[in-house]
Design a protein around this ligand. Structure first.
Ligand SMILES: [Zn+2]
Length: 406
């Protein structure tokens, strides 16, 4: 029997950090040499947990238990964003591995933890390709067209170069698992700022995206008097500021919104922009909040149109459904936090996407967060205090045990 071992968790995380190290972080894009070595590293560790390891035809690593009784699926991902942090992904994989080592070797524990590392959560080739493949949501045609957003390499070439092209993709055996548990760094500053150890994720927010287009009149920047201008760029800037003034009265407690891209046409210093466009995104876990904010955007657009200088068109270009985390999973994480983290936990939504939202479409799912120093992620300086990493691991193992009914 294997006891929980915090030093072993840290050593495993450092072993993964040393594969593809970049400054204090890592550079491990999907199907890069260091990413593939990380998959092999995990496949080599998984037997320590009484599981047989498979790397399947889309690059998912899966541990399979021969034990009878309930099975809990646990994991995260091993690739990174380009030149990014060492914990985004590996933390959840190593926690799952530790839970499997501890629980699967315990003759008094019920069932088993099965470990998974989902390929390409970071979206180098697509959107959650690994976990979506596992739930049966990726057709061969999608793989045919997928390519690396950084260098254009096709996914077919990447799979062939990795020696995975001939392997089957493993698809979930429905009903095999009581659910899926994933740990992740928070990637925000809520836990750190409130001196908390564990975030109990209630939901993973949906993402709604809009294209807001302004049409005015292109003209000479030197000869056109200010009073007669129809400056689409200025109309856009006013709209953008008005959103920030008016959204707070209608939004939910954790709604976030971002204007991620602005383009002015023709975009020259001596020409008054005749048209302008902004890409605008809202994230929330409550579609009713989104409905309210969308109504407000429409009202604001109508107000701008009524001034008869520039016209505004609002188009929704992406609708994201939020994923709700299972109530029993939240309770198990909370109970584990009260046992091993001094009750320093808080329920919170996840503003970032995770594989758990994909698994949640077919089984109960839960997530826990550990603090991120300074709230920084997707950057090589990303870090978490060793003590927080170990506390999180202990809570994770305990939550798994409770979910399996031990
Ligand atoms: Zn991640």
């Amino acid at each position: 029997m294997s006891e929980f071992d915090g030093a072993r968790v840290l050593a495993d995380l450092h072993a993964l950090r040393n594969i593809g190290a970049y400054k204090t972080g890592v550079h491990k894009p999907t199907f890069s040499e260091p990413h593939l070595r990380s998959l092999e590293w995990l496949a080599g560790r998984i037997p320590e947990a009484g599981l047989t390891a498979t790397i399947d035809g889309i690059g998912n690593v899966l541990g399979h238990s021969p034990k009878s009784g309930p099975k809990l699926l646990a994991g995260s991902h091993l690739e990174s964003q380009n030149y990014a942090g060492w914990l985004d992904g590996p933390l959840g994989v190593v926690y799952a591995l530790e839970a499997a080592r501890v629980i699967n070797s315990d003759s008094t524990a019920k069932g088993a933890v099965e470990v998974a590392a989902w390929c390409d959560e970071e979206g180098h080739f697509g959107s959650f390709l690994g976990s979506r493949s596992y739930v049966g949501g990726v057709a061969e045609a999608e793989i045919d067209t997928a390519h690396d957003r950084t260098n254009g390499r096709t996914m077919r070439d990447a799979l062939r170069d990795a020696g995975l092209a001939e392997r089957p993709r493993v698809v979930v055996e429905r009903g095999r698992h009581i659910g899926y548990l994933e740990a992740h760094i928070e990637q925000g500053e809520v836990l750190e700022s409130e001196s908390l150890a564990i975030g109990v994720v209630t939901s993973i927010v949906g993402i709604w995206q809009y294209r807001i287009s302004f049409t005015g009149e292109q003209n000479h920047a030197g000869t056109t008097r200010m009073s007669v201008r129809k400056d689409a760029g200025l109309a856009l800037a006013r709209f953008c500021v008005a959103i920030d003034d008016r959204f707070p009265a209608q939004c939910g407690p954790r709604t976030v919104w971002t204007t991620g891209r602005i383009t002015l046409d023709p975009g020259a210093p001596s020409i008054i922009p005749g048209s302008a466009e902004m890409l605008f995104q809202i994230r929330d876990d409550d579609p009713a909040v989104i409905d309210r904010l969308e109504d407000l955007l429409r009202t604001m657009a109508a107000e701008t149109n009524a001034q008869r200088r520039c016209s505004v068109k609002l188009e929704r270009i992406r609708t994201g459904s939020p994923a709700m985390m299972d109530g029993a999973f939240q309770q198990a994480i909370e109970a584990a936090s009260s046992a091993f983290a001094g009750n320093r936990s808080v329920r919170m939504p996840s503003g970032a996407g995770h594989d758990a939202q994909v698994l949640a479409t077919i089984m109960p799912a839960g997530m826990l967060f550990v603090p991120s120093i300074g709230g920084i992620s997707h950057h090589w300086t990303e870090n978490t205090a060793d003590a927080d990493i170990v506390t999180g691991a202990r809570v994770f193992v305990e939550a798994c045990r409770r979910l399996l009914g031990g």
